[in-house]
Design a protein around this ligand. Structure first.
Ligand SMILES: Cc1cc2nc3c(=O)[nH]c(=O)nc-3n(C[C@H](O)[C@H](O)[C@H](O)COP(=O)(O)OP(=O)(O)OC[C@H]3O[C@@H](n4cnc5c(N)ncnc54)[C@H](O)[C@@H]3O)c2cc1C
Length: 440
């Protein structure tokens, strides 16, 4: 018998595709697939009742700006970029210890701030709007079928792989959701699609914890907070970043490393319980404690998570495939999660379009092409983590001195030539009919 994942679908055959999750990858891959073939039927299911616009600043680095340029969306993204002009390391008296500037998008510099910084919600909004606008334009073209549909407030309960190839889907409402040629799991780090594909045990084992807890939230800005981000390294292996970026609200990223049983518990509880757990942890914090504790209480975009990386042997099973954080989330600590996710969406759309006649080949190629990127982007030297999460006051003092030396060193060094050609190593897919391909 021919395995279901090598069954042919015909090169120009329009596909019936279900995408689970309308974060970064969901709308991006829908946009790319529909641009290449307006006859595809694409349904995106988002668990949230609306687009989830929460989240703090994300970076677009390396290949990401080139992909957005090809999609014709780079100018829209640039228009949403926030104004962050550097990163200051401060001591408990808010005195500057070290300063790092902005690094170009193709450099993994010493600083937090890169050329393309924008709020996650704005980026998701750009991709969502672009997918809707494109679908509206395509409606008048001959051959257009159902097009693109977003379904909010619902998710997938069950996936049944049929022996013929397509997947039968049951929605969380209990209703039969239809038969799809392909199901794409773009449902983030805690992916339910991944659990349905590989089982609870294997899915849980794919999460490799970094031993770091993180909380992200917005708080009201304060006068003259300006455009410079700050980081404060604290005793007890904690650190906090503030990112005002000339906005009325300031983004806060709070990280701590180690075993905190009360935090392990809280992720399974309500947002109120998570807020309470992080507020308690902040007791005794040496910098802006009251502001952060009050901010946690009043914020409506509190998001906390245990940081880790998703590592899987394979990204697909039969006709279900994972893209973005669900398949290879590198953790926000790399600063490359959104870049890798976008690269995944582009590569999957490219391979599906190129090998539309052979789904198995498309999925295998996608996996093979992504593997080196995943390996590269998931690298976090454990020494780097030990260096920045320190326990004692003398260790914090030493870390601050080290930051000062690094900041001076980085300004004295000549601009590093870019050694990686990020544009050049992007797989080429003229089949996707993107901006520079159609201009050739
Ligand atoms: C609310 C939120 C806030 C975030 N904040 C930050 C941040 O501040 N900094 C940072 O670096 N990264 C943040 N991230 C992660 C970042 O968006 C991703 O690392 C990256 O952009 C990859 O995107 P993705 O599309 O793979 O996953 P995500 O952007 O996580 O999107 C996944 C989407 O799937 C939806 N979903 C989840 N489960 C289901 C389900 N069972 N059925 C249907 N839909 C489902 C989610 O609601 C979400 O819309 C955040 C993610 C979320 C969801």
């Amino acid at each position: 018998m021919v395995p279901s994942n090598v069954l042919t679908t015909g090169i120009q055959t329009p596909l019936n595709i279900l995408i689970v999750g309308a974060g970064v990858c969901g709308p991006a891959i829908a946009f790319l697939l529909q641009k290449a073939n307006h006859r595809h039927n694409i349904t995106i299911m988002e668990r949230g009742s609306t687009l989830r616009a929460a989240g703090q600043q994300i970076d677009l680095k390396n290949e990401a700006p080139f992909i957005l340029e090809k999609m014709g969306l780079l100018d829209r993204v640039k228009a949403c970029c926030v104004n962050e002009t550097g990163l200051e390391v401060v001591d408990a008296n808010d005195r500057q210890v070290a300063f790092f500037g902005v690094s170009p998008s193709d450099e993994r510099g010493l600083t937090l701030t890169s050329e393309f910084e924008l709020m996650r919600g704005d980026f998701v909004g750009v991709l969502y709007d672009a997918s809707i606008e494109q679908d509206t334009k395509l409606k008048s073209i001959e051959g257009y079928r159902q097009g693109l549909q977003y379904k909010f407030g619902e998710t997938v309960e069950k996936l049944d792989q049929t022996p013929q190839g397509p997947v039968d889907v049951t929605f969380s409402s209990g209703k039969y959701g239809g038969r799809y040629d392909l199901v794409i799991g773009a449902d983030g780090q805690a992916s339910r699609t991944r659990r349905m594909m590989f089982g609870e045990k294997a899915s849980a084992a794919s999460f490799h914890p970094l031993g770091i807890h993180g909380a992200y939230f917005s708080i009201p800005g304060i006068k003259n907070e300006g455009s410079i981000a700050k980081v404060f390294f604290s005793t007890g292996r904690k650190m906090v970043f503030t990112r005002p970026s000339d906005r009325p609200t300031t983004g806060v990223l709070f990280f701590l490393r180690g075993d905190f049983a009360q935090l392990d518990e809280c992720y399974h509880q309500s947002i109120a319980a998570q807020k309470a757990a992080f507020t308690a942890i902040l007791d005794g914090f040496e910098w802006q404690k009251d502001r952060f504790q009050k901010g946690i209480e009043s914020t409506d975009d509190f998001y906390a998570t245990k940081l880790g990386q998703i590592k899987l042997k394979t990204l697909f099973k039969d006709r279900t495939v994972l893209v973005g954080d669900s398949g290879y989330g590198p953790s926000p600590f790399t600063g490359l999660g959104t870049t890798l996710a976008l690269l995944g969406a582009y590569t999957l759309a490219g391979e599906l379009t190129k090998h539309g006649d052979n789904m198995g080949e498309a999925l295998r190629n996608y996996e093979n092409k992504m593997k080196p990127f995943i390996q590269e982007y998931q690298q976090i030297p454990s020494t780097a983590l030990s260096l920045v999460f320190v326990s004692s006051r003398p260790a914090v003092w030493l870390l601050n001195q080290f930051a000062w030396v690094l900041s001076k060193f980085s300004t004295m060094m000549p601009q590093r030539p870019n050694v990686i050609d990020y544009r050049g190593r992007l797989p080429e897919y003229p089949e996707l009919r993107l901006v520079d391909d159609t201009q050739k």
